[in-house]
Every structure is written in structure tokens, then in C-alpha cells.
Design a protein around this ligand. Sequence first.
Ligand SMILES: CC(C)(COP(=O)(O)OP(=O)(O)OC[C@H]1O[C@@H](n2cnc3c(N)ncnc32)[C@H](O)[C@@H]1OP(=O)(O)O)[C@@H](O)C(=O)NCCC(=O)NCCS
Length: 147
Amino acid sequence: MHFARMQVDDLTEVLAIEYAIYPYPWTRGNFLDSLYSGYETWVLRDMPGMLLGYFLLMLAVDEAHLLNITVRTDSQGRGIGCMLLDKVVALSRGKNMQSLLLEVRPSNQRALKVYQHYGFSQIGVRRNYYPAARNAREDAIVMRLPL
Ligand SMILES: CC(C)(COP(=O)(O)OP(=O)(O)OC[C@H]1O[C@@H](n2cnc3c(N)ncnc32)[C@H](O)[C@@H]1OP(=O)(O)O)[C@@H](O)C(=O)NCCC(=O)NCCS
């Protein structure tokens, strides 16, 4: 497996995964904005070149903010999410970040468990942060990992 910086040419594959997984996916425009904003945007591929996962990370002063982390459905539960998190942490430490923040839906029990096992703790809740079904909104749990 190998990491590479996400390129515009990766977006067809990235968007296929994004749209397959999330009911409210990031759009091509959202990804392009992140690429052009200079965020840390990376993909992980296996040796034949299949895209396994990706993440987008914003670095601000001394706090890194994980905006998106996704593993393709048929590759989940095999340690790839942890590999992505290891890369996120290494990049953040390399830029002298003091902490890593992320938001997660309370309904996303799987991701919550992965983050807790990785060492993140809940530090707050953002009310009505995410869109949800029937025009409702869902809170976000804010989690932090000290670096
Ligand atoms: C959340 C997500 C990124 C985690 O990635 P993942 O690859 O599934 O996670 P991992 O495989 O690294 O860890 C999942 C579990 O597998 C276990 N695991 C790790 N290596 C393993 C291996 N080699 N074989 C089997 N299981 C393994 C981990 O211990 C972990 O167990 P836990 O759930 O009891 O903590 C991924 O599931 C995903 O993309 N989900 C959909 C999108 C999403 O929700 N993104 C996050 C939004 S906030």
C-alpha cells in the first residue's frame, strides 16, 4: 500500500467511494476547494493501484482538523482506517500541531468506536451540525486527540 497526495485525477474514484458511503456526500466542488486551499489531502492505494481510502486535513495554528476520512466499503474493518489515522497524526506532528480535532455523527457508532480505540476523547457537541433525513439536523460529537 502507498500514500500519495490527492490529485484532481483521483476525484472520479474518490467521488465513487464518497457517494457510495455517505447519504450527504462531499461534492466534487467541495473536494476541489480543499485541494486548492492547500489542505493535506491524501489517498491510499494498494499495490495494484486500487483506491482504498482518503483523508482531508486542515492545519490551523496549532490545531489540526480532520475534515473527511473514508475507507472504501469492502476494505473497512481491516486496519486501513487506523493506517489513515497514523498518517494524519504523523503529518500533524510534523507540522507541530498540538491536537487533532474531528466531528462525527452520534449515529456513526462504528467510527465513534474506532476513534475512541485510537485515543480520541469527546470534548463537546455541536448542535444541529449535520443535515439529516426529513429536513432534520443531527448533532456532531467533537473529538480531540492530543498530539
Ligand atoms: C470509520 C472508518 C474510517 C474506519 O476505518 P476502518 O478501516 O473500517 O477501521 P479499522 O479497520 O482501522 O478499524 C476498525 C476495526 O477493525 C479492527 N482492525 C484493525 N486491524 C484489523 C485487521 N487487520 N483485521 C481485522 N480487524 C482489524 C480495529 O481494531 C477496529 O476495531 P474496533 O471497531 O473494535 O475499534 C471507516 O469505517 C469508514 O470509512 N466508514 C464510513 C465513512 C465514515 O464513517 N467516516 C468517518 C466519518 S466521521
